[in-house]
Write a protein that binds this ligand. Sequence first.
Ligand SMILES: [Zn+2]
Length: 666
Amino acid sequence: MAKSPKARTATKSLGTKMTAPKLALAGSPEAVDRIAKAGINRGKTLLKGILRTKGRRTIANTLVPYNEILRAVYEVAQQGELLFNAHSDSAIRDAGNRVYQAAMSFLTELTLNRDLYKAFTKLGSKVGDAETRHALFKILRDFRRAGVDKADATRARIKTLNEEITAIGSEFDRNINEDVRSIDLESADLLDGLPKDFIESHRPKEGKITLTTNYPDALPVFQYAKNEAVRRRLQWEFLNRGYPKNMDVLDRLLVKRNELARLLGYASYAEYVTEDKMIGSATAAGEFIKKISDASGSRTQQDYEVLLERKRKESPFAERLEPWDPSFLIERVRAEQYSFSAQEVRPYFQFEKVRDGIFQITGELFGVRYRRVAGPAWHESVEVYDVFDDGTRLGRFYLDLHPRPGKFNHAAAFPLVVGLRGVQLPQAALVCNFPDPRTTKGPALLEHNDVVTFFHEFGHLLHDIFSGGSKWMKTSMGDIEWDFVEAPSQMLEEWARRAEGLQGFATHHSTGKPIPKELVDRMERASAFARGLLIRRQIFFAALSLAYYNRDPKDVDTTALAKELNAAYYPVPWYDGTHFQCNFGHLNGYSAVYYTYMWSLVIAKDLFTPFLKARSILDPKLAGKYRRSILEPGSAKPAAKMVREYLGRAPKFDAFRSWLNEGVGG
Ligand SMILES: [Zn+2]
């Protein structure tokens, strides 16, 4: 086993085959533990093999077995994560989480393993083809970023800090998730303005109506409740979730991350975390935020004035918008001045038609076919499909699209098997929560937002499948720059927003007529309203996330800094006495890099420009080029290089700017 002959023969002799995602299909917690243990043990054995090797370092005796370690252990992490989020048996969910943690901890240890690092420094990053050299470059960089070359005592401290940060981060998230607050109303009249089904499901109990801070309650109240006091009271609770507990937790999180970054040789955690992104530095992130802020300035002012004017219809002496006003007023203006109601489009978005429509559009664009297969899955309702390109099978995906008790309640794409050229085909799953045709009384109708989400997540899925020919784990799509990863998914949303895309599949569930172009255009004009204000709110989030992490935390009063940045970027005042920072969950998961959403969006808008210039957004030639230059390479080269190759020029800000100004002045 010293030279890991298994890994080598595997790469050479096997064709590209469909492997079974064994862990994701495990039927008991014991099976989960057993399969995971085998995967991690395989990683450990391969590691020993690499370290035992004497003599000259080669791709075959170092990179190949290392790649095999990553392949074995990532499958445990990824499939464990899927089980944790999607299995209907809570014992299997727990087992999924357990093995995910174990796999991640093994992967972290790997980056701090000095002997392994030495093996890679001997091999260097100047051997092999371009893709291999890029993999080696990233491996060496990640070792250094983890602190592998620091003194023993420092490395021990780094390890402790990493564990503490993970624990503090979980505490932060848990405090947000568990702090569900509520207000009580004395009369149903106070729900005036809310949709009928909302009012029906909030009947008084013992003379009281309870509204919680959970999204299904809070968001409709903020958007539709005519009673200002109701919105104000619920907003107060909403913005105080996690308070006061998370005040101290956040302070500790900032301090520990700062200490870690300093130990690793960086001026701040923001410097550390931006270094391996497209943006490259905290300074550049700050400049980007300023650029978006400048570009949205006049638009924001206009939006603000329209909303204030609308407010004065009911409160003639209002001098400003209050924090509980924007969502409500935006809905009013969309309904009254753009005569658009979300209810109008729902009949055109029957679940099955949307799913088949996505298949049809992406099939035409990218020249692929999807064939339903009777493959096994983790739940009987999951649909399994193989993707074919002209007779060649490219990969497999799983659609787990409807709610179930215990299932995660957002929408996401989960890679299950990373596609590797000549080794194995890619497999990925979509886990979403769309209305279920098997349980709804009439047709299962989606909101337009759901349709956009479906396209978005399918964009991630296609990225997983089309990049399935990577040579190494370190050049697969999963290793791409974090601030690029949302670009292909946000790009695919474009087809869900335009009549040319929607009319191909969005037909009325009872009349069968395609959605009128006029309705789609009206929907888009309505949704463009207040774009400046909404972008400014995102900029405030991005600026806050960066500011908490780009300075010495001992001088930071998190509330004072939040108020200051709110005033700088967002025209609606801070709600005094509330503590948004205590429930801004991204401060843990994203730390300083909330800007990534907007950065990816700027790229997505730019990537879509060739389609806008073409006769049709369904042009398969353009889509083919996009597939080859952006999706297929995975992370075999820097994202900026792919973008330049696809566009044939340097990326530009213009497309984002014109999107930002859509609908202005008319
Ligand atoms: Zn996404």
